[in-house]
Ligand binder design. Structure first.
Ligand SMILES: O=c1ccn([C@@H]2O[C@H](COP(=O)(O)O)[C@@H](O)[C@H]2O)c(=O)[nH]1
Length: 234
């Protein structure tokens, strides 16, 4: 199992609430993620606030644009010193290669660069509505092949595809899996879900977990319980 596989998704509209939670967390136990909502509201200052608290930060902005624009955006993310950032694989091979090339000047300081395959909120039926008439796992595999060809560090996928992707691309290709739900917790808008221990067992490297922790009555207790549920797998 990867060192520190839990990535807590901070989807708050209030910075004070987010910092209150962060201040209860231990950087040795988890990493953090901010996405479009918090970055749009609070910007690079929030990134600094989180770095000052010694957490690795996944900047989940899912860039999807023409190659030149995405390359510049990824470079701007690297300038913030984040641990991981991402693009949409459906932006295409040239876009992903431009993003990868933009990180070359950063050397070992470059963030991990991964690509979103098929959002975990999407079912086979949702894909069919987009004219994609194959099961989600097939489209995930197709986009992961493109990501691998562009030499990115890995993909965002659901844990349901993790076994297939690990066996296809090997240990070094990182699998970042949202749609993680402890047994009995509300799936919400997520469709392709798995429990934390199952996700690790099938090869997920990083488990992105938001509401099961942030909306819990006691978020620290929820995180600790998930963390403990993984310890038997070390
Ligand atoms: O396919 C994807 C890509 C990103 N996400 C993000 O992960 C978290 C999940 O939060 P939960 O509250 O645990 O559902 C959220 O920030 C999404 O933007 C994803 O869910 N699926």
């Amino acid at each position: 199992m990867t060192d520190k596989p839990i990535v807590v998704a901070l989807d708050y509209d209030n910075k004070a609430d987010a910092l209150t939670l962060i201040d209860k967390l231990d950087p040795a136990m988890c990493r953090l993620k901010i996405g479009k909502e918090m970055f749009t509201l609070f910007g690079p200052t929030l990134v600094k606030d989180i770095h000052n608290r010694h957490f690795d930060l996944f900047l989940d902005l899912k860039f999807h644009d023409i190659p030149n624009t995405v390359a510049k955006a990824v470079s701007a993310a690297a300038d913030l010193g984040v641990w991981m950032t991402n693009v949409h694989a459906s932006g295409g091979l040239a876009m992903m290669q431009a993003a990868k090339n933009a990180l070359l000047p950063y050397g070992k300081e470059a963030p991990l660069l991964i690509a979103v395959t098929v959002l975990t909120s999407m079912s086979d039926e949702d894909l069919a509505l987009l004219g994609i008439n194959v099961p989600a796992f097939e489209h995930v595999l197709r986009l992961a092949k493109l990501t691998h060809q562009a030499e990115l560090d890995g993909v965002v996928c659901s844990a349901q595809e993790a076994k297939l992707l690990k066996s296809t691309f090997g240990e070094h290709f990182k699998l970042v899996t949202p749609g993680i739900r402890p047994a009995g917790s509300d799936a919400g808008d997520q469709h392709r879900i798995m429990t934390p221990p199952q996700a690790i067992a099938v090869g997920s490297d990083y488990l992105v977990i938001g509401r099961p922790i942030t909306k819990a009555v006691d978020p620290l207790a929820a995180l600790t319980a998930i963390h403990q549920s993984l310890q038997t797998q070390i």
